[in-house]
Write a protein that binds this ligand. Sequence first.
Ligand SMILES: [Zn+2]
Length: 246
Amino acid sequence: MIPIENIIFDELHALLRITDRLWELMLAEIQENGLFNDLTRSVILGEMQRLKVSFHFWEDEKSHVWKYTSLMGDDKKTVLQFFNLKLLFKPSRAELIRKLWDGFYELYCALRNKNTDPAQLKQQSLEWLSLFLTPSQGNPSRPKIYVRGLYMPNQITPYMHALVYHGWELLEKHKRWGFKAFSCSAVEKKNHNQVSTFFRKTLKNGGDLLKRKSAIQEIIEYENRSLYFNYNVLSKSPKVKRIRIK
Ligand SMILES: [Zn+2]
């Protein structure tokens, strides 16, 4: 067993999974209001186009549930920061959700910054959590004075708990290295590169089963060769001698 004091959560997955949750909650609200229709979907698609994020909706044939593209990290950051919620909600509502999304992005950036003051991060995290839990005011049956809050405690995910209650203490404990030193993003990137290389190569050699080595071996050999080229100064190959044949 790894002792608990040696465990640190991964900032990349905190970003990915918490963004997923905020996005789901936003869509769930539209659904709840009965407005998740073709028009809304096309507004979302248009906004994604403006943000240059490739995004699609499709309806699952059996369950009739609407599914959508799962975005990569950089696209998620773009949506989190710049998606215009006013296209989907009345201004006051859009501003409240935007404030929550911005607050999360700021928290994420503070977490990755080695120079962040842990005590300040703790304060900032707790404030964000209470914003997430903003209660409703008034009675929905009197819509004029009713102000809808944000979300419920049972909508908090384990990553949110880790970020809010443990982010600041881990930052303090590991300030020598910073959070980024433990990030999974390099490993994920490597995985992505390897998978792309694999598919590129499989398509190219046309599936010659006799010549094909195991995929893992092929990827590792390929990587080995490119690393060798990157780290070694290779002497230029001697000039090709011309041979004259009479
Ligand atoms: Zn805990």
